[in-house]
Design a binder for this molecule. Structure first.
Ligand code: HXC
Length: 491
């Protein structure tokens, strides 16, 4: 790819060329053509019926792909266009290989009416059936409006390109006529809106080229299907390397924030961490790393944002990521430093009970190896929710200064000694003493360790080695679930 193309909007064919290893892309269904005869369509020849489909190698791995071609009738989706996408999805599932879709389309081909709508339905049906069988990756690189947004939404990961892609159910014109609101396409459904505000998209990229490079990086962490595990990469970084910088990462003041991303980077091979949904629900971090070459999914509270509390968006983000990891045999490593669920009317009215339940559900249901590290605090329901032993964690580590309690010392003392404090002549001195007493008793990991809820209290410098060894020992984990059609997950 020439340098000048790296910043430009690419054509469908250029996108395929950029994705696949040189000379490996084989196009199929080039001669498929539409059979619409309404509105003068019988005279229209639409090259490839507006979508290029085929397969090839990406860093040596087999991948199926389709790319809608906006230059051919706006990439609009008619009956045969949809059939081509369905064929690729069917082949990807039957051969157990990931699919990548480049979306760039004016939506349902208006002239084809219900045949175009049927085409979308057939795609949605296949996206759903393929979910959890093969990874489905979608790059939105142009318009996506109306019901057309639902194919991306049914896939595993959505990438968008800033200033050139948008997704919405109803566009700015309809909104203006119905509600009077005036808003641009970019503001309503552009890459930053969906990556930072709605959480619909996982990535906002600066160009088509950057977007495709990121897709390749993602593919590197995930297996080709649900029967495989991610490949173990040769690793130049000593898995037993001491993580010395973690000894001093927790601030003296227990309520001061620190950057959890630094903890993750210190644990990861060569400080490489592929973060998912970085801009959305920043109070929780999700993404992939390798430790000693072994791939794992990370879910970690971020004390730098909302003190790392769990809220509606963090719950949705974490739950979806845990389910992806579980579906594709990727072990889950959780790093907890969580003061609780975020209090507030907005959270309650927005259904934090329903959303928070998704984390509990996802961890409980996940049968992949589950490792938990508690760095500083894990309080109340959030302690349970963050991959606790009680939800089936296989191995629980904590650093020596971690506090596991129903709540922080100060709040707890205010409640259990309310009367005593109210009657005291010297409230402040008494409270300080009671807080210290409480801390000694409950605000440490040893009570939980004495019950076996924590398996090992480790020094921060041992963290990478402990996680590496555990990933190796848990790799042969087998886990049974009672027979059922499927559970009724809170949604
Ligand atoms: C048929 C379409 C088309 C469509 C674009 N074209 N969208 N043809 N059906 N849905 C054609 C145009 O007629 C034109 O053909 C060519 O594509 C390029 O379109 P332009 O309008 O010239 O391009 P541009 O100015 O860049 O505008 C792009 C656009 C606009 C914003 C996407 O075309 C547009 O608003 N299209 C309609 C979008 C829409 O409402 N789609 C339906 C969404 S609902 P020629 O021959 O002149 O080159 C939906 C329901 C799905 O999709 C339901 C699933 C359950």
């Amino acid at each position: 790819m020439t340098d000048d193309l790296k910043t430009k909007k690419l054509t469908a064919l250029q996108r395929m060329d950029c994705l696949f290893d040189k000379g490996t892309f084989r196009e199929i269904d080039v001669f498929v053509s539409h059979r619409c005869t309404d509105f003068g369509m019988e005279k229209e020849n639409i090259p490839s019926d507006g979508v290029i489909t085929g397969f090839g190698l990406v860093n040596g791995r087999k991948i199926f792909a389709y790319a809608q071609d906006f230059k051919s009738k706006g990439g609009s989706l008619g009956e045969m266009h949809a059939k081509k996408i369905c064929k690729v999805l069917d082949l990807a599932v039957s051969t157990g290989n990931p699919v990548v879709g480049f979306h760039d389309s004016g939506g349902a081909r208006i002239q084809e009416g219900v045949d175009a709508l049927a085409g979308y339905g057939e795609i949605f049906y296949r996206n759903t059936r393929a979910s959890g069988v093969i990874p489905q990756i979608c790059a939105v690189m142009g318009p996506t409006a109306g019901g057309a947004v639902y194919s991306p939404a049914l896939m595993d990961f959505i990438f968008m390109v800033k200033e050139s892609s948008y997704m919405f159910i109803t566009g700015p014109d309809v909104i203006k006529s119905v509600t009077g609101e005036i808003i641009s396409s970019e503001e309503l459904g552009g890459a930053m809106t969906h990556t930072a505000v709605s959480g619909v998209s996982n990535f906002a990229c600066d160009s088509d080229f950057e977007c495709i490079e990121e897709i390749k990086k993602l593919l590197d962490y995930i297996p080709s299907n649900n029967l495989e595990t991610p490949f173990v990469k040769e690793c130049s970084d000593d898995p037993f390397r001491e993580t010395i910088s973690l000894e001093t990462i927790i601030p003296e003041n227990e309520s001061s924030p620190y950057d959890m991303r630094k903890v993750i980077l210190e644990i990861a091979d060569n400080s490489e961490f592929f973060e998912i949904s970085r801009e959305f629900a920043k109070n929780i971090i999700t993404g992939f790393l390798r430790v000693g070459g072994i791939c794992a999914g990370i879910i970690a509270n971020q004390p730098e944002y909302l003190a790392g509390c769990l809220d509606i968006n963090a719950s949705d983000k974490a739950a979806r990521f845990i389910r992806f990891c579980d579906a594709f045999n990727i072990p889950v490593v959780t790093i907890a430093d969580v003061p609780g669920f975020l209090p507030g009317k907005d959270q309650e009215f927005g259904g934090i009970i329903r959303h928070g339940a998704k984390i509990l559900w996802s961890y409980s249901e996940a049968s992949v190896p589950k490792i938990l590290l508690i760095t500083r605090k894990a309080y109340g329901g959030a302690y349970i929710a963050m991959s606790s032993r009680h939800l089936g964690a296989d191995m629980v580590f904590s650093w020596p200064k971690a506090e596991i309690a129903v709540m922080g010392a100060s709040g707890a003392v205010e409640i259990i000694h309310r009367k005593l404090l109210a009657n005291s002549q010297n409230r402040d001195v008494l409270k300080k003493r009671l807080v210290e007493e409480y801390r000694e008793k409950f605000s440490n990991p040893y009570k939980a360790a004495s019950r076996g809820y924590i398996d090992s209290v480790i020094r921060p410098f041992e963290t990478r080695a402990a996680i590496y060894e555990t990933l190796i020992f848990l790799s042969s984990k087998k886990s049974d679930f009672p027979d059922k059609k499927h559970g009724n997950m809170p949604l």
